[in-house]
Design a protein around this ligand. Structure first.
Ligand SMILES: [Zn+2]
Ligand SMILES: [Zn+2]
Ligand SMILES: [Zn+2]
Length: 659
């Protein structure tokens, strides 16, 4: 029987005099209370034009809300009507302080509160471990009997003893109707009270003080329940389980399973002493799609214990169901993994598990990889991990990612233009990496867009069909989603066409370039051939080289041209020796080909210095390339000549034999 305190007078004014009200936490040092999120995480909720629904709300499929992250700023498509900014907007439930008998002050609901509704932020002064211990001693010396310390995260505490919110007056219960939850609000992690079930107006709001039992200081308890130990938190806790509830829940462990695992090690063993073997023995179960958001929320908040994070990642890794991985990617997978790797950068076992998991994600575009900044983090591992296997894994992943392309900028889905005219209309990350898994919908029929019907096939699977277009879908064809996917598809097709046109242009350009180079080589080779001829023939027969040959040109030319000119000075001299056997035209052609090959080789070496003349050593190298090349060409030519001459030695063969 739930007791209601409707007629008890309010003691809010009296209570308010006992502490200083803080709308938001204060921080002893800047770095305290960090959420570890450096990048703003955006949801992909969008508004259907004309609708007045609240976005990112209770029943929405908002990936931020589902992973305990508040939407921030105007990067989401929801900035105006977002229901997921409750901490930022101080959207507290209607509550009041009253005299709760022996427990002192208590907090009661003034109106009904729905399950999971936000009740109040737990504010106070965020302090580190050293300050926490100092303050505890200090308060004891001052005769303060009520401490209001809550563990925010490892070695960080919210002290609401002197400053805070009325959430500090919430009492403990062994059968509470509220729970403490931590939310990522931009750079900070914030703590609040949420309804565990529907709460009626007049009910006292209570929560289990032991949720943050690890590191929590022992404090007197005034609940007087039958199972009360008289103290809360600290060492007095007798039947606690070893795993933080959030993590146990995210691992999908039942209390029995956790107890069984725990029974393997001595009762009083501290968690720090857990050896690797026991950590390994904690069972890991594959995930279901609907459990992904809880696991991702736990991953983001579980900062203290790398081995627990590893277990959570392992749960993703062992899941065979591809839709689980897709859902993890959607639930800020890259961002959360990037911050995990950054936070625990010395934990190579964790890194290994994260890399293994990343490697099995379907990757189609660079967008999420790029926006999450995970590439830089993985690069760091590839360069400095101690374990060469982990390094190798990181490198392989980077290789795979480097082959991916960004999806192009496309317009964000339709927005209410009148309300949102000035806001950003484009986004780089609107192309989904892969199809979304079926969202859990509480009201499937009502959400079907016009023209769509739900059907059941002969093997009893549900599918959806549009009678007009004959389109079918095996998932709920949410109108917004369909429209967006169609838009994305159209845009991708248009982009494909544009890309093809770009490629054609590029090809043309390259061909033109090649033609020009061919001409330069041909000219240069011809000029050299002529020079060589000039050395051995009377000057009268020397034609004047054209004014436009590269030799005479002093214009700045590309690396490729300069190498061509350099090599064209020397190569034909060697090739020319084969003129008696091969003839002038063939030699010119071979010289041309050889110069081109050698220039390509030079360019691959990426040497930016092109000498004016080849050194003797380089000349020798060139000779060692050209001579075998020409010998082969000659052998080939002679063989062909033989075939043509039907076994009879040709004139050319005879010439060669004489030479
Ligand atoms: Zn949202
Ligand atoms: Zn939102
Ligand atoms: Zn108690």
């Amino acid at each position: 029987m739930v007791q209601l305190y409707l007629d008890v007078p309010s003691t809010l004014d009296k209570a308010a005099k006992t502490f200083e009200a803080l709308r938001e936490c204060t921080y002893a040092t800047k770095s305290l209370g960090s959420s570890g999120q450096t990048e703003i995480m955006t949801c992909d909720c969008g508004k259907t034009a004309g609708s007045d629904e609240v976005m990112c709300g209770d029943n929405s499929d908002c990936i931020n809300r589902l992973t305990s992250i508040e939407c921030i700023g105007d990067r989401c498509g929801c900035s105006g009507d977002c229901g997921n900014r409750r901490f930022q907007r101080h959207q507290h439930a209607q509550v009041d302080v009253f005299g709760a008998g022996p427990k002192g002050f208590g907090v009661r609901a003034l109106a009904d509160i729905k399950a999971d509704g936000f009740i109040y932020e737990y504010t106070g002064e965020v302090v580190d471990q050293a300050r926490f211990l100092r303050r505890k001693r200090q308060y004891e010396q001052q005769g303060i009997t009520h401490f209001y310390f809550m563990m925010l995260q490892k070695d960080e505490f919210i002290d609401a003893t002197l400053k805070g919110s009325i959430a500090r007056f919430c009492n403990h219960s062994c059968s509470p109707n509220a729970y403490i939850d931590k939310w990522v609000v931009g750079p900070k992690l914030r703590m609040g009270l949420f309804a565990k079930r529907d709460i009626a107006a007049g009910e006292e709001i209570t929560f289990d003080y032991n949720v943050d039992r690890y590191g929590a200081a022992a404090q007197p308890c005034y609940c007087y329940e039958a199972n009360c130990t008289g103290w809360l938190g600290g060492k007095t806790q007798t039947n606690g389980l070893a795993l933080p509830p959030l993590v146990a829940d995210a691992l999908g462990l039942t209390i029995e399973e956790e107890e069984e695992w725990q029974s393997q090690f001595p009762k009083n063993q501290k968690r720090k002493d857990l050896d690797a073997e026991l950590a390994e023995s904690l069972p890991v179960k594959p995930l279901d799609v609907q459990d992904v958001s809880r696991l991702m929320a736990a991953l983001m908040q579980q900062k203290a214990e790398p081995w627990l994070s590893r277990k959570l990642v392992d749960r993703i890794f062992v899941s065979q169901d591809q839709s689980v991985h897709i859902e993890v990617m959607r639930m800020h997978g890259y961002e959360i993994f990037a911050s995990l790797l950054t936070l625990h950068n010395a934990e190579e076992k964790l890194a290994e598990k994260v890399l293994q998991t990343l490697a099995c994600w379907p990757q189609m575009t660079r967008n999420k990889i790029s926006s999450s900044k995970i590439e830089g983090v993985v690069k760091g591992i590839a360069e400095s991990a101690e374990d060469s296997g982990v390094q190798e894994q990181a490198r392989e992943l980077l290789d795979a990612w480097s082959a991916l392309q960004m999806a192009y900028r496309i317009p964000r889905r339709e927005r209410d233009a009148s309300k949102d005219a000035a806001s950003e209309t484009e986004t780089t990350a609107s192309v989904p990496d892969s199809p979304k898994p079926t969202p859990v919908s509480r009201n499937t029929q009502a959400r079907l867009p016009p023209g769509w019907e739900q059907k059941t096939s002969s093997n009893r699977t549900v599918y959806y069909i549009n009678a007009k277009t004959q389109e079918t879908s095996d998932r709920v064809p949410d109108q917004r989603e369909l429209k967006r996917l169609r838009e994305v598809q159209r845009e991708l097709e248009a982009e494909k066409e544009r890309e093809a046109a770009r490629q054609a242009l590029l090809r043309e350009e390259r061909e033109k370039q090649a033609e020009i180079l061919d001409k330069i080589i041909a000219d240069a080779v011809a000029a050299e051939v002529i020079n060589v001829e000039a050395e051995s023939t009377p000057p009268s027969s020397v034609p004047t080289p054209g004014e436009d040959t590269p030799h005479g040109s002093k214009k700045p030319v590309s690396l490729q041209k300069r190498y061509t000119i350099l090599l064209a000075k020397y190569v034909p001299k060697i090739v020319w020796r084969y003129e008696p056997q091969l003839g002038r035209d063939r030699c010119k052609r071979h010289a041309h080909d050889i110069v081109r090959l050698l220039v390509e080789k030079e360019l691959k070496r990426e040497n930016l210095e092109v000498p004016d003349e080849l050194t003797d050593e380089r000349k020798k190298k060139v000779r060692h390339f050209v001579v075998p090349y020409m010998e082969k060409a000659l052998a080939h030519y002679l063989k062909k000549g033989k075939r043509v001459a039907d076994g009879k030695p040709s004139d050319l063969t005879a010439k060669r034999q004489k030479a």
